[in-house]
Design a protein around this ligand. Structure first.
Ligand code: XMP
Length: 322
């Protein structure tokens, strides 16, 4: 019968027999799938696993710490962190087109991950396996085959070079998202990671309409943190599939804040309810919650003088703005 404990025992045995004494690599994204997959592999083979976390500087407030501190504390995993914020910002300079941003972020991610992988590989025994957080719906969608290594959460990228190919360890291939979360809970992972809402691989890079800069990321991160905190405090985390907060960086409007006239930026709240992200409805967030978010953002994030609500379903609007 299906229980989290059975799944864990079964996968631990399967991973051990697949991997034997070999070394394994895993890219952590901050999301639930890669975290649970890594924790399962860690449970199975301990320090034969090395995790790599590429901090591209496009995560939300607190998320790098969740990986570097809380995930490591919960699992004891060996983690190599690559601080690559400057590299990603330089590559994104001057770029406003959404697909161009995705391509650049995906390409840089692969390059940085490849460098880290080579260091790990040359540092000891050869690394033969890569962990992927592939879920059952991904398997169905892609026709059921196992491909060569590519980084799923950053799709639209080609994958690793030919001389750096790995066998895949995919311990979540039979599971749906809610089952993955239950397994993660059973493995003792932090609630913030397990219940994290879907977040795109290119991160905040595709939630700034316009060029991505350090200053704009900082504004968006502060506004997003307030929206997330208030939605959570209102108990809406399970009702809302995800709530992108989008900075309209190239739009300015006049406002009055504090002592005078301001010429600031709008942020858009995009709370949606969905089963699978293929279709979505805008979530009817209570007015008092919206009011608290709006008041706090415009008081606490000086650069933002307007908070607007997106009331478009999908279709016709996508969930993300880019
Ligand atoms: P859209 O905006 O297409 O989003 O309605 C559907 C779901 O996919 C996520 N999303 C992405 N995830 N890389 C990702 O890993 C991407 O480039 C990307 N674009 C959108 C989005 O957050 C939503 O959950």
């Amino acid at each position: 019968s299906w229980t989290e404990a059975n799944i864990i025992d079964e996968q631990v045995a399967a991973i051990r027999s697949q991997v034997g004494g070999k070394q394994v690599l895993c890219a952590l994204s901050g999301g639930v799938d890669s975290a649970v997959a890594a924790a399962l592999v860690q449970r199975a083979i301990g320090d034969q696993l090395t995790c790599v976390f590429v901090d591209h500087g496009l995560l939300r407030a607190g998320e790098p710490e969740q990986v570097e501190r809380d995930f490591v504390a919960a699992t004891g995993v060996r983690l190599k962190v690559v601080h690559a914020q400057d590299r990603f910002l330089a590559a994104l300079a001057g770029v406003s087109d959404p697909e161009e941003k995705r391509k650049i972020i995906g390409r840089e991610f692969i390059r940085v991950f490849e460098l880290a992988a080579r260091e790990v590989v040359s540092g000891g025994d050869s690394v033969d396996f890569l962990v992927q957080g592939t879920l059952y719906p991904d398997v169905v969608e892609s026709g059921g085959g196992t491909g060569t290594a590519n980084i799923k959460s950053h799709h639209n990228v080609g994958g690793l070079p030919d001389d750096l190919q790995f066998g895949l360890v995919e311990p979540l291939r039979a599971l749906f998202k809610d089952e993955v979360r239950r397994v993660g809970e059973q493995l003792g992972l932090p609630a913030e990671i397990i219940w994290r809402q879907p977040f795109p691989g290119p991160g905040l890079g595709i939630r700034i309409v316009g060029e991505v800069t350090a200053a704009r990321l900082d504004i968006l991160r502060r506004a997003d943190a307030i929206a997330r905190a208030e939605l959570s405090a209102a108990g809406l985390d399970r009702e809302i599939w995800q709530c992108p907060v989008v900075l309209l960086a190239d739009v300015r409007s006049v406002g009055v804040q504090g002592d005078g006239r301001t010429y600031g930026h709008p942020v858009v709240l995009r709370p949606v309810s969905s089963e699978d992200a293929m279709t979505a409805d805008w979530t009817r967030v209570p007015y008092d919650v919206l009011e608290r978010i709006s008041t706090r953002i415009t008081n606490e994030v000086r650069e933002v003088n307007r908070v607007v609500l997106d009331v478009t379903s999908k279709p016709p609007g996508t969930i993300e703005w880019e």
